[in-house]
Design a protein around this ligand. Sequence first.
Ligand code: RP5
Ligand code: MG
Ligand code: MG
Length: 271
Amino acid sequence: IFKHITCRNDFYPRSKVKRFPVPDELVFWKTDYPDYDPPKYTSPGIKGQSYADPDVKDASFHPVWNSLDRGVNRVSHVGDYSVVDGYPINPIGRTGIVGRGLLGRWGPNHAADPVVTRWKRDDTGEFVLNSTTRKKILQMVTIQRHDNKKWAIPGGMVDPGEKVSTTLKREFMEEALNTFGGQTVIEEFFSTGVEIYKGYVDDYRNTDNAWIETVACNFHDETGDRVGKLKLEAGDDAAKVKWLDLNHEVDLHANHAQIVEMAVKRLDAHW
Ligand code: RP5
Ligand code: MG
Ligand code: MG
C-alpha cells in the first residue's frame, strides 16, 4: 500500500512549525500511536482567500463532506474519508501536523496535472534510442516550481465548477507557455488527453486534515510538430520550463515521477 513520504518528518513549508515525527511503521491510522501529538498549523495567508474554506468551527461554514458541495468537489478519488470532530481525516495516514497548512480546502484539494510528451529526436529528426534498452526516449514539459525549486508537472488546482479538462489546458498555458489565448494548435492538442493517474498526491503541503489529489492526463505529440514545436516560456508559479528526458532517475516534486512513469509505460518508452 502507498505511504506518503514528502509530507512527514520535516518543517512545514514556509513556516517554523516542525511536524511531529511519524516513522514509516506508524503512518497508518490503524496502527496505534499513543504518543502522537501533532502541532496545529493553518497558514495566516489563506484566511479570507477566495479559494479557501472558512475555519471548520466558523458558524457560517456548512460543508457537505464526501460530496460535490455547491461547486466545490469534496469527493476523494481514494474513497470516502472519515470526519472526526468536524475535521476530515487524511486517507493515507499521519503527516505530523493538523490544521490546513497552506492548503485552501479542508479534506481533498483537487489538482490537475498535464503530462505533455514528445519523442526525443536528433538534428535530422530521427528518434534517439537509449543505448541499453534500445527504446525511444520520451520527453516531457517540466517546470521548476518557485516554492520548492523542484522540477514538476505543470499542474494546478481545479477552480470550483471548473472542468478538469479546462484546468489541464489552462495550467499548461499559464505555467509552460505563459499565454492565455486559445491558439488552434493548443485547443486541438488538448482534446487528445488520456487519463494516466487519478488519486492522492504525496505533496509536502499535506496535513492530517487537508491533502492534494489529482487527475493526470497524458497529451502526447507523436510527430513532434504540434505542441512539440511551440516555444516554451515559464509563467505564473513556474520559474523555468524545459523538455526533460524521462528515465527512472528523474527527481521530481511530490510523487510526480510515479505519475510520469505511467505515461512512459503507456507509450512503451525507455525508463
Ligand atoms: C502538486 O501540486 C499537484 O500534483 C499539482 O501539480 C500542484 C498543484 O499545486 P500548485 O502548483 O497550484 O501549487 O502536487
Ligand atoms: Mg498554476
Ligand atoms: Mg502549479
